[in-house]
Design a protein around this ligand. Sequence first.
Ligand SMILES: C[S@@+](CC[C@H](N)C(=O)[O-])C[C@H]1O[C@@H](n2cnc3c(N)ncnc32)[C@H](O)[C@@H]1O
Length: 290
Amino acid sequence: MNMENLTALIKPHSTIDKDDIHVSKEIVDRTVWDKLAIENPTHAVISAKDEESEAEKSVEQIADIMGHLNENDVLLDLGAGYGRVAKHLLPKKKLGGYVGVDSSYEMLSLFKRRYDQSSDEQKTPVFFLNADIHTLPLKDNSIDVVIVCAVFLHNHKSVVANAMAEIRRVVKPGGRVLVYSSFPRFATFMGLQGQVYQALLNLLGRPFKNGPVRYYSRREVNRLFQDFAEVELKPVGFTILPKTLIFLPGFLEVIYRVGLANPLNKILEIITPAFVKPYFAVHYDVVAKL
Ligand SMILES: C[S@@+](CC[C@H](N)C(=O)[O-])C[C@H]1O[C@@H](n2cnc3c(N)ncnc32)[C@H](O)[C@@H]1O
C-alpha cells in the first residue's frame, strides 16, 4: 500500500495535518485550550488583557480561597490552567502541597515554567498533572481542599458528574471543595441561548463539543453535592440582558454587546434593589464540606 492509498483510509475532512502527523479533529477539539495557551492564556482563562487586570480580577477570589486553607493542606486545583491561582496564592500562603491538574499540556507547561522561576511559589511543592478532571490518577482520601475555577462550565454535564464522583473519592473526610465561576445559571437569557446551542449540537451528534457553556439550575447543582455534609450556593454577579447574542454575526454582536447589553446591565444593576439581585445572578459559586 502506498501513502496515497493509506491516506484514502481516512474519512474526508476528519483530520488536521500538523507536521505530517494527522490529528483527529476530535482531539483538536479537546485540546482547544492548548491553542489558547499559546495564543493568549490570560485572555482565555480570565478575560484579562494584561497581568495587571489579571491580578485585579483575582484579588477577591484569592482572599476567599485563603480563608478556607490551613497551612499544611494539600490543595488540588482542577483545571489549573497556567496556574493563575497558584501565582497569586502561594506567595501569600505556604501549603503542604499543590496538585495542578489540567488536560492541556501547554497550559501546564506555562504553569511549570513560571513556577520554576518563582522562589515565592516554590515554598510549596507543586505536582503538575496532565489529566482529565473526571479520571484522576490520585489515591483515595489524599486531598484536603479542591478548587475548581471556570472549568465545569466548559464540560458536558456527564463529565462534570463523573468529576464530582472523583472529587468525593480523592477528598479526605471533612475536606472542602470550592467551586468558582463554574455553574452559570440556567434561568437567564444566556442560559436559554445555551440550551438552544446544546440542543443543536445534540442534533448534529456532537454533544461533547468544547465551546458551548453549560448552564445549571439550583436543583442540578445541589444534586451534584448531595453526598456532602455542608453545601452553600452563592449567587454571584448580575445580568438581565444577555451579554452576547451568540447567533449574531461578528460586528453586529460587538455593537449589541458594547453599545447595548453592557451599559444597560450596569444601569439596571445600580437601580435594582439588593434583595432582588440574586434572582438575576450570573452564576452560583459553591462552598462544600464532605
Ligand atoms: C478558563 S480556564 C481556567 C483556568 C484556572 N482554573 C483559572 O481559573 O485560572 C479552564 C481550564 O480548564 C481546563 N479544562 C477544561 N476541561 C477540562 C477537563 N475535562 N479536564 C482537565 N482540565 C480541563 C482547560 O484546559 C483550561 O486550562
